[in-house]
Design a binder for this molecule. Sequence first.
Ligand SMILES: [Zn+2]
Length: 87
Amino acid sequence: MPETTPPVTAEQETKPKIKTRKPKQRACDEKDAKGKLCNGHLKRWYDYPKEIKARIGPKAEIYRCEFCKTLYKPDLSEMPHSYTLRY
Ligand SMILES: [Zn+2]
């Protein structure tokens, strides 16, 4: 069957971009066409649409840049250190 998922040719399908948020990263590190750092604040995004949910999974933690709307997923390898045992 040739009608399966095509490789990443259609740019529309990959937007918005989802990046991995580096530990302690709070500002967007995307660069625009001129190479200027976006530096937008990354905000926790709760009411994402279902297309996004399909890409990140249910109950996923996601952050969004307030300027360029790039999405950031937390780096899960970091989680056990910062989220466990906070007495
Ligand atoms: Zn940005």
